[in-house]
Ligand binder design. Structure first.
Ligand SMILES: Nc1ccn([C@@H]2O[C@H](COP(=O)(O)OP(=O)(O)OP(=O)(O)O)[C@@H](O)[C@H]2O)c(=O)n1
Ligand SMILES: O=P(O)(O)OC[C@@H](O)[C@@H](O)[C@@H](O)CO
Length: 488
């Protein structure tokens, strides 16, 4: 399959939902301009409707509306303070009830901890990330780092409790900065549970800047249940006024020397039974942490239900963009356009972005780097999957399926009335083998047959049915259905 030349010209439509792709390694949408993603914006005045479809100029625009201060890699604003992160991941996840510690449980085939690491490593002002795992999981962690291409990661052995693991993570930094040492002692250190994958740059920046000013800072959330105290006999002693209290979440950030000193002075009781780093900074270093309201997605994966919830959030985030590709044949272009228009409604008012791409598939790759994980390839002929194979080659070269499974729906038109349904089906049966092969590259290929007649009064009905099937496949991303041929 490799080496297939890119088709002479393709038309692409990209529909995406307004808003941000968060929590899955995608940017918060407000990245510092040095790290911002590039997005596509058709130049409106160039929309040239042509028979069967639009031909628009492609303009690779910046991903942001307003400039942000440029963050120097590994350095924070004002004074060049460096920031590092410690991710405690040394627990056994007993409350989840799985033989595999929850941080290594798979979400869409990828360990939970990889999503959290990705969420931090894509922020270029975090210089180093220390992941603290139990001794028996060090090799597992190293293989995850290699498989998913994580950068700037140091693996450290954990301790019997979370506080002991965090302390081990802090100890890896040198007491003073030696040029020979790969790790530099940061001015500010973020502490973030490895089982909280949905952390965005905004809250990280807020807690770090607040820690720089106050010595410590932590994310908080409103309580959802009232806190009560029970008396010795198990009856209610008193309840707390819920409005006055908050749940302490993560991320937290500290001036490194403060939290390091706090852990050094920490009693064994606190190391073994404590759960709150902010408390240690207060108790041992008289530092009152700044509390910062965080967003609802800062929750920690603790129970099985949290794992299911995390996976469905990730699926939802990945389903936000759809890219419809077709070659220049009129039937395919018209169907592509109608499908794109209908899909925009199907994915709830997605903003349609349409681009026209010439032969240079490098520009196509820039599209792929724009966080699109769902592709619909319209094959003008019912029985061959040439365009789909070419698109798979380009997707593979773009390496976007390394982190997240890519959905590719191979659409086939059953165009002429006199072509019997069965004719050409034997070729299409090959899609099953093709899909099995391509799944190894984390690309999930599904077939969709559309009876297409541009004069059919029921054409829109058929298109609606196709869009509903496509939307379901994209949302479900079920590897068990790959290679199946569905009929709109
Ligand atoms: N000895 C420990 C215990 C916990 N953690 C980490 O601290 C974070 C939050 O702790 P928690 O949710 O309690 O994780 P577990 O201790 O694994 O869960 P459980 O209490 O259900 O066993 C997790 O990323 C966990 O891996 C750690 O690094 N070292
Ligand atoms: O208590 P657990 O070990 O479940 O998890 C640690 C949490 O307590 C901690 O992440 C926040 O409360 C913030 O400190």
């Amino acid at each position: 399959m490799r080496g297939a030349a890119a088709p002479s010209a393709w038309i692409l439509w990209i529909a995406d939902i307004p808003g941000e792709i968060s929590g899955v390694g995608g940017g918060s949408g407000r990245l510092p301009c040095s790290a911002r993603s590039r997005s596509l914006r058709p130049r409106r005045d160039r929309a040239v409707p042509r028979s069967g479809g639009f031909q628009l100029q492609l303009e690779l625009g910046s991903g942001r509306a307003s400039p942000r201060p440029v963050m120097e890699p590994g350095k924070l604003l004002s004074g060049g303070a460096s920031v590092a992160a410690v991710l405690p991941a040394g627990g056994s996840g007993e409350r989840l009830g799985s033989a595999t510690p929850k941080q290594f449980c798979a979400l869409l085939g990828r360990p939970l901890i990889s999503y959290t690491v990705r969420a931090l490593e894509r922020i270029n002002w975090i210089s180093d990330i220390v992941v603290v795992v139990s001794l028996e999981n060090i090799e597992t962690m190293k293989s995850i780092i290699e498989k998913y291409g994580h950068k700037r990661i140091t693996v450290v052995e954990g301790g019997m409790t979370r506080h002991r693991s965090i302390f081990n993570g802090l100890k890896i930094f040198p007491e003073s900065n030696l040029s020979s040492c790969p790790l530099q002692k940061p001015e500010v250190v973020i502490i973030h549970d490895a089982v909280r994958p949905f952390v965005e740059e905004d809250i990280l920046l807020k807690v770090v800047l607040a820690a720089k000013e106050h010595g410590a800072a932590g994310a908080i959330r409103p309580l959802v249940s009232t806190v009560v105290a029970s008396s010795a006999d198990g009856s209610l002693d008193h309840s707390l006024e819920r409005a006055r209290y908050r749940a302490s979440e993560m991320p937290q950030a500290f001036v490194f020397d403060i939290i390091y000193q706090a852990y050094h002075q920490c009693s064994d009781y606190d190391l073994d039974y404590g759960t709150e780093c902010l408390h240690l900074a207060l108790k041992y270093c008289k530092t009152n942490a700044k509390l910062i309201e965080g967003s609802p997605d800062l929750w920690k994966v603790t129970y099985k239900r949290d794992l299911y919830a995390a996976e469905s959030i990730i699926k939802d985030n990945l389903s936000q963009q759809v890219c419809v590709t077709t070659d220049m044949k009129e039937d395919a272009v018209q169907l592509g356009f109608l499908l794109h228009e209908t899909l925009k409604n199907e994915v709830k008012q997605a903003k349609g972005k349409s681009v026209f791409l010439c032969k240079n598939d490098n520009r196509l790759q820039k599209i792929f780097l724009g966080q699109c994980y769902n592709f619909i390839c319209i094959n003008a002929k019912k029985s061959d999957i040439k365009e789909t194979q070419q698109l798979v080659d380009i997707l593979e070269n773009a390496r976007i399926s390394v982190l997240h499974p890519v959905v590719l729906i191979s659409v086939h038109l059953n165009v002429s009335e006199n072509m019997s349904f069965s004719s050409g089906m034997e070729e299409l049966a090959g899609i099953k083998e093709f899909a099995k092969e391509v799944k190894k590259k984390h690309i999930l290929v599904y077939g969709l047959l559309i009876h297409y007649n541009k004069d059919d009064p029921k054409l829109q009905e058929i298109i609606n049915s196709a869009a509903a099937i496509i939307s379901a496949l994209i949302k479900d991303r079920n590897p068990e259905l790959i290679g199946q041929l569905l009929v709109a």
